[in-house]
Design a protein around this ligand. Structure first.
Ligand code: PEP
Ligand code: MN
Length: 335
């Protein structure tokens, strides 16, 4: 980080600033110019509040040289992270296929879908028990009963389960859940992220509807700063001026995230498109872009789904996508 001082800074204020920075464990390199002095800070500046420094009378400007996230940063962890989930994993050479309904609706529904997606190559089962719906009158999910049904489906198929937590108060119900999903609307629920940082479970963190890539990484950092390194990043489409699709899949987020971070990246083509017939194309584009996995909504009877039917594909369509992913991976990854 570089701090440019105004001309002739007041000595006491400068001393206070320097003492404070040294107290944060940073080394200060001075560079005296004709009109201004530049302080170069060496060390971990991730805890330094740039706004605070910029507001000081003696400071002209502040510039970060290094990203404010450390744990999620590839610079400090060059190798791709591999996250273990039950008997499977995600990241590195292992591509994850996460599939299942938007929400768990009944025992019969979740178990039959779980069996079908497993037969088609899914490596994890997704299903919402707590649903963040736009309308308070829409189906809100089965709650704890939904988690019980997911656990039954896990027992039947062996597939690890991924399900969303919406609030801290629900966390005790997640003891046997394999991957805890943080939904787009909760990406900046910092209290929730901090609590998940104390868990040892993998967290699938979805990008907020209007969040930048840097904000997504800072949210991952919240979890990792608490000691939980098992974070999976999920691009699920962002809100743009375009209305032809529910959201706009930010495909460039994939190479950017892979460059900036060592964490596995998955895309969710279902919420990106909002329309089932686009799911195949978006999935293939994401595989070509280098994702570590996909998460797709699959329903046995989309027309009757209690949530997100229009974007849900049937199990046979998932089977085709799964096969096509494998074919494309051979080309993209050369194995
Ligand atoms: C979901 O995965 O069903 C979901 C609600 O996703 P998002 O948070 O991305 O809207
Ligand atoms: Mn959904």
């Amino acid at each position: 980080m570089i701090i440019v001082l105004k001309e002739q800074p007041e000595a006491q204020q400068l001393q206070n600033l320097e003492e404070w920075l040294i107290g944060l464990g940073l080394e200060i390199h001075h560079s005296e110019g004709v009109h201004s002095t530049v302080l170069g800070l060496v060390g971990d500046t991730s805890r330094v509040d740039t706004d605070l420094i910029e507001a000081l009378d003696i400071v002209a400007s502040v510039k970060r040289i290094q990203e404010p996230y450390k744990n999620a940063n590839r610079k400090f962890h060059p190798m791709n992270s591999v996250i273990n989930v039950g008997d499977t994993s995600i990241g590195g050479d292992v591509f994850a296929k996460i599939a299942g309904p938007c929400s768990v609706e009944s025992e019969e529904q979740i178990i039959s879908i779980a069996k079908e997606v497993k037969a088609a190559g899914a490596t994890m089962l997704r299903g919402g028990a707590f649903k963040p719906r736009t309308s308070p009158y829409a189906f809100q999910g089965m709650g704890g009963d939904g988690i019980e049904l997911l656990l039954k489906a896990k027992k039947e198929t062996g597939l690890p389960i991924v399900t969303e937590v919406m609030d801290l108060s629900q966390l005790e119900l997640f003891a046997d859940v394999d991957v805890i999903q943080v939904g787009a609307r909760n990406m900046q629920n910092f209290q929730l992220l901090k609590e998940l940082g104390h868990s040892n479970k993998p967290i699938l963190l979805k990008r907020g509807l209007a969040a930048t890539i840097s904000e997504l990484l800072m949210s991952a950092e919240y979890i990792m700063a608490g000691g939980n390194e098992n974070v999976i990043l999920c691009e699920r489409g962002i809100r743009t001026f375009e209305t032809a699709t529910r959201n706009t899949l930010d495909i460039s987020a994939v190479p950017v995230l892979k460059e900036l971070s060592h964490l596995p990246v998955v895309i969710d083509p279902s919420h990106s498109a909002g329309i089932a017939r686009y799911v195949h194309t978006l999935t293939m584009s994401a595989v070509a872009a280098g994702v570590d996995g996909i998460m797709i909504e699959v329903h046995n009877d989309p027309a009757k789904a209690l949530c997100d039917g229009p974007q849900s594909i049937k199990p046979d369509a998932f089977a085709k996508i799964s096969k096509d992913i494998d074919t494309l991976l051979e080309t993209v990854r050369g194995f």
